[in-house]
Each structure stands twice: as C-alpha cells, then as structure tokens.
Design a protein around this ligand. Structure first.
Ligand code: PEP
Length: 279
C-alpha cells in the first residue's frame, strides 16, 4: 500500500483514522482439515496482523477450529449469518449469543446471497443487526445494487430501511460493506472510481442521519472480486477502508497478500492510536 494513504485518510477524517478491515467470507467452503491447513499456512505468511483488522468468517461448523487456530494472534473470527431470536423453536437457526459464546467477534449481516437465496430483506437485516449488537458482536452489514443502474436509490433504501434506524451508539459499532452484486464472484471488480463514488454516497447518508463524526469514523469496506492484483488501486482510494473478500480469501497465499498490503510505517502508528477503538 502507498504509505501516503494513511496520511490522506488521516487528513480527510481529522478526528479518526480508520483502521482497515480485511475480511474473509468463506461462504460454503472448507471442512475442518482444510480450515486447519489454511490457518497454518496463512499464519506463516503474515508476520504482523496488527496493520489491519483481519476477520475470517468460515462456515459455522468450522468456527471452533478457526477460533483455536487463531489463538495467540489478533485474527478475528466471524460468522456469516445469525438469527435475531436468542432461543426458541427456530429449527436450523443460530443466535448472536451462541455465536459470541463460540468465540466469534464479528458477524456478516445481509450478504447479497442471503438476500437473494434466503429471502432476507432490509427489515430482517435491521433485526439481525440489533441482535448482533446486543450479543456484543461487530456486524459487517452488506449493501449493494444488483445492476449498474439505480445505484443511488438502491443504496439509499438499503441504508434508510436496514441501517438508519439504529441509534448513534449502535451505529458506531458496525462496519459497512459495499458489495455491488454484479461484481461478486464475477471476476468483474468495480473500478476504484466507481467503488469510491458509492462509498462517498453511503458516507453522505451517514452524515445526514448521524452527523459528520459518525461518518468520519465508520469503516466502509469494498467487496466484489477483490484479488491481490486489483486491491492496491482500490485501497488507494481514501474512501475505501478495506475489503470483504470471497473467492480470493480461500487461498492462504492470496488472502495473506491482501493483509500484507496494509503494511506501512504510518499504518503502524495508526494501529497504536486506533486499536483500542475497534478491537
Ligand atoms: C463476497 O462474497 O462477499 C465477495 C465479495 O465475493 P468475491 O470476492 O468472490 O466476489
């Protein structure tokens, strides 16, 4: 990463330097043995995890293995989904409290595949956000348009109905992932300019709803076919605070390359200033 990035971000945000987030969404991939071997290799490829917030979200059945493989590191483990009730007759569901108790610190909420294949709506996304926050988890809430049209109205509605009803205190704890659906798993990344424009739009909604400080502090990460060879130009955008990565996160070498991209002298200093706010 260009070492001026942090300076730019610091200048831009004034009151907050946003620690980058590099998240892995493994979706329905990897069994226990594959999880173990990923961590063994990944840990050997990154000498310092402190330059960003690394969050790995395996399938539920791999969580315990991932949690123990991440011990003695600052790698965070997250779930890919949760249900909003804590217990009851909800066959097949997993609550935020259960996820927290399993050793996870984060949870993905409202991923486009959940919206598309499992009927999730902005309303259920909001319920899940509240449940995740009540359980003490950091939600990574996904929004994004399905086609490259109506971007503004889609993002506005998803923000207004799924996120904006949160209180300022609740909002301060979440991470937003801008994931244009046309770019997910498609090998077709948004250009840095397109992604940055969408991030600015989202940050503008945050400013209107919760003010400049909340907008300056919230991490907005990009997801959609991020790979080591396109990540640098995306990350160089002041607006982009990291990535949520699907395909490229399954390979320890390429995910480690994305994490290592966050390394720079300036970032080292920011980490010291910021880690207590986010970890
Ligand atoms: C995702 O699933 O959140 C994602 C961004 O996937 P990919 O990187 O494969 O496009």
């Amino acid at each position: 990463m260009n070492s001026s990035l942090l300076v730019n971000k610091a200048t831009n945000t004034q009151s907050a330097i946003r620690l980058p987030v590099i998240g892995a969404n493994w979706k329905l991939h990897k069994d226990l043995a594959e999880t173990e071997s990923f961590f063994e290799k990944f840990r050997s490829l990154v000498d310092d995890f402190g330059y960003c917030e690394v969050v790995i979200c395996p399938p539920f059945l791999d969580v315990a293995t991932a949690v123990s493989a991440a011990e003695q590191t600052t790698i965070h483990i997250g779930a890919q989904n949760l249900y909003w009730e804590n217990d009851g007759a909800f066959t097949g569901e997993v609550s935020g409290e259960m996820i927290k108790a399993s050793g996870c610190s984060h949870v993905i909420v409202g991923h486009s595949e959940r919206r598309r294949y499992f009927g999730e709506t902005d309303e259920t996304v909001l319920k899940k956000l509240v449940a995740a926050l009540e359980a003490g988890l950091t939600p990574i809430v996904c929004i994004g348009e399905s086609e490259r049209k109506n971007v503004e109205s889609v993002l506005e509605k998803q923000f207004r109905c799924g996120i904006a009803p949160l209180s300022a205190e609740q909002f301060a704890k979440l991470i937003i992932a801008y994931e244009p659906i046309w770019a997910i798993g498609a090998g077709k990344t948004a250009t840095p300019a397109i992604a940055a424009a969408a991030h600015r739009l989202i940050r503008g909604h945050v400013t209107k709803r919760l003010g400049a400080q909340a907008a300056n502090q919230v991490r907005i990460i990009y997801g959609g076919s991020v790979k080591p060879d396109n990540a640098q130009s995306l990350m160089a955008q002041e607006e982009i605070d990291g990535f949520l990565v699907g395909g490229a996160s399954l390979d320890a070498v390429s995910f480690a390359a994305l994490v290592n991209l966050c390394k720079s002298e300036e970032k080292s200093e920011s980490r010291i200033n910021q880690s207590c706010n986010y970890v």
